[in-house]
Write a new protein. Structure first.
Length: 209
């Protein structure tokens, strides 16, 4: 017995002391009841802690994820509302944008300009005999707005020529009449007087190139 290591002797002594200290609680029936109850509660608490802790961590993680998802949804809602508002603003201003495009079209588009003038002439029973275009390079650009000059000859009755000129001045596209020269001409067959209008015009276009 004396040959046993010190740590074995210490362990045996401690175990013996613990059994002696707890024995009164196990011998006495009343104490034994409360002792067993206390040990049971202690075991349940320890077991419950280790059983509940992972679940609690999982719940906390889920709550964190839910909060993050809510923040993402709120951000998406804000973007969606901003896009909806921008679309509504665009739709409300689209008519004004079209008016600007009609007044100052994008690119030179001489063919579109010619169609506009021919339409004005046809609406007022006039005929365009000659038309020429020239880009004005003597003036600086206004941002990207370029100036174009043109000269045309139109033939029609006095009233029709005046209405044709008025149609140019009031057209959605911006025209400026720089010079106007009228020459009378009589139709020998109908003896009706016609006017030949020589107009020098300026117009503008937006150069996006």
């Amino acid at each position: 017995m004396s040959d046993q290591p010190d740590w074995v002797k210490y362990g045996q002594h401690t175990s013996l002391a613990w059994r002696r200290s707890i024995r009164p609680y196990l011998v006495d029936s009343e104490k034994k009841k409360y002792t067993i109850l206390g040990l049971t509660l202690s075991s349940l608490i320890i077991f419950g802690w280790f059983a509940i802790k992972p679940a609690a961590i999982t719940v906390i993680s889920l709550l964190t994820q839910i909060k993050q998802y809510r923040e993402i949804n709120q951000a998406l809602d804000k973007k969606s509302n901003a896009i909806t508002q921008a679309r509504e603003d665009y739709l409300s201003k689209r008519q004004y944008l079209k008016s600007i495009e009609d007044a100052i079209p994008t690119n030179q588009a001489s063919s579109k300009l010619l169609n506009t003038l021919e339409e004005i002439a046809a609406n007022n029973l006039c005929q365009i005999g000659r038309i020429s275009f020239s880009k004005d390079t003597s003036q600086k650009n206004i941002g990207k707005i370029e100036l174009m000059k043109l000269e045309l000859l139109a033939t029609g009755t006095k009233d029709n020529i005046f209405n044709f000129i008025k149609g140019i001045e009031t057209n959605e596209r911006i025209f400026q009449i720089e010079a106007l020269r009228l020459t009378s001409k009589e139709d020998t067959k109908t003896e009706q007087e016609y006017l030949i209008a020589n107009l020098k015009l300026k117009t503008y276009y937006y150069n996006d190139e």
